[in-house]
Design a binder for this molecule. Sequence first.
Ligand SMILES: Nc1ncnc2c1ncn2[C@@H]1O[C@H](COP(=O)(O)OP(=O)(O)OP(=O)(O)O)[C@@H](O)[C@H]1O
Ligand SMILES: [Mg+2]
Length: 367
Amino acid sequence: MTPRLEVRNITRRFGGVPVVSEVSLSVMPGQVTCLLGPSGCGKSTTLRIIAGVDWPDEGEIRIDGERIVAPGFFVPPEKRGTGLMFQDFALFPHLSVFDNIAFGLDGTRTEKRLRVHELLDKVGLLRYIDSYPHELSGGEQQRVALARALAPRPRIMLMDEPFSGLDNRLRDGIRDETLSILKDEGTAVLLVTHEPEEAMRMADEIALMRRGRIVQQGAPYNVYNAPVDREAAAFFSDINVIRGRVQGLLTETAFGKFMAPGQADGTEVEIVIRPQHIKIDFDRGGQGPAPSPEHGVWARGVVERARFIGKESLVEFRMDFDGSLLKATVPSVFLPKAGTHLWIAIRRDRCFVFPVIPSKDWRRRAD
Ligand SMILES: Nc1ncnc2c1ncn2[C@@H]1O[C@H](COP(=O)(O)OP(=O)(O)OP(=O)(O)O)[C@@H](O)[C@H]1O
Ligand SMILES: [Mg+2]
């Protein structure tokens, strides 16, 4: 199947400095792709290039297989069939809800009325058809903006942090509602966000961006559960890192041996563990837990801090073996006191092992 949107090797420099480097991504019809990454990594610049309000120094973009951008070739924004929605979406204050949505529509008065009615019905705001933007709440205005962007049936919706202006409570509901409307309309969506939860909630596919480059692309489940490197793992949650050196494809640590497939003897590796994959057991008056092969070796630590954060507790341990800190999340029924001795093990099947990249090489690889 031809992708609805295909971006190939886009590079954009400002004053000679690359802000977007060799970015390639595609969005299939009816799919939501999230461009996810920290502030300043080049997400908005990529989106603006696709929208046609900026242009690349190198690379090519196609919509439904048709070239819209290539060296020396540029289709103007209004001819691309893209809809735009930005964080500071501005409705026209002097136009009614109806006129705001009908603004970019061609066709007869009847056709326009039908389309506006259809969309207002979908966003649940039909009763506000004759209202003015200032008479609506922030969330309602946001939904009108969505209806306006969808009205001309864009082939692709380009959304840049469209929910970040909304308060938390409103946001989840509007996100889900927006997603179901977008799916219903069958629009391909490229959504920019710096929030991993938002990307996982919305996306069929995540393109993880860092310092101008896409470092990993895949379904949310895969990007979360098989990160390409330590930084990718850390973007989605807190992590714990234990260092070791490889000997015979194994790394010896205070938590037992870990497999380090494909790593040469002597390689320094980092074992990365999310806090929810740490196992905890009681000290039982100094006896400690029985060894359990699937968890490797238990190591003792003392609770430094434990915080209740709703559905779980976050517990920080000071480890006996080297004084390092480890973070674990546990169901919130359990909130140990500071100073308690507990035993910790690591879920073998949920940790990631990466070779340590010396910081100089790391920079070179990333830039
Ligand atoms: N027109 C421009 N001229 C010079 N530098 C620019 C221009 N536009 C963007 N940049 C720089 O490019 C980098 C990437 O900007 P961009 O807006 O794409 O980041 P972003 O990933 O959208 O970040 P955020 O999550 O904060 O919105 C930033 O360092 C920014 O200062
Ligand atoms: Mg941005």
